[in-house]
Design a protein around this ligand. Structure first.
Ligand SMILES: [Zn+2]
Length: 201
């Protein structure tokens, strides 16, 4: 079982880093990955796992609850490292070496689960994934972060929502790179309302 990194890319959208609400506030923030099941469901919706793979992993997790919990904690630690790295990058700052070490450790694990296999005109990278391991969703997540980090073009578009403490990371695909909020309906409107209120005062 595998996920082809070229065909099944997780994202242009930094979704995994956004699995916390109000990510920039230590008091208000709310964890969305509250169980291994939630992690698997997120991976299913992100097209990292197939329906069949996710059902099989959930069944496996039932028999190994402590291992599943370990994978969940590993995923959360990785997510926080990714969030911190991209937060700083979006602000033109250098990521902390602590976060880079966490990421590099996940990278070593992920590459331990990968194989290069011959294809028609080129080789491709495949993840040994799915039913085999409870942490099978982590390599594609790591790979997608690597794809962004190693692309100057993509990296320069990473931004963080200005609606503090939203903390939502996104790709600014607007032509003049002028996007400021996760969504106009959410933080954009809140910022406008705030400005309106302050102007009136
Ligand atoms: Zn926002």
């Amino acid at each position: 079982m595998y996920v082809d990194s070229t065909q099944n890319r997780v994202g242009d959208d930094l979704d995994f880093a956004n699995t916390v609400s109000w990510h920039d506030s230590s008091e208000k923030s709310q964890e969305l990955l509250t169980s291994y099941e939630k992690l698997v469901n997120w991976s299913l919706h992100a097209n990292i796992l197939t329906k069949q793979q996710s059902l099989s992993l959930l069944k496996k997790a039932e028999n190994q609850p402590s291992k599943a919990e370990e994978v969940l904690q590993q995923a959360i630690e990785l997510r926080e490292a990714i969030f911190q790295i991209f937060s700083l990058v979006s602000n033109d700052e250098t990521p902390a070496s602590k976060d880079l070490s966490i990421f590099n450790e996940a990278l070593a694990n992920a590459y331990g689960m990968m194989r290069i296999v011959p294809g028609e005109n080129k080789f491709s990278l495949e993840f040994l994934n799915g039913e085999e391991r409870l942490d099978g969703m982590l390599p594609p997540i790591v790979q997608s972060a690597i794809d962004i980090l190693t692309s100057e073009k993509e990296l320069s578009r990473v931004k963080k929502c200005e609606g503090y403490p939203c903390g939502w990371l996104f790709f600014d695909t607007s032509r003049n790179r002028s996007r400021r909020w996760c969504s106009m309906a959410d933080c954009g409107n809140r910022a406008k309302a705030k400005r309106f209120y302050h102007n009136k005062k």
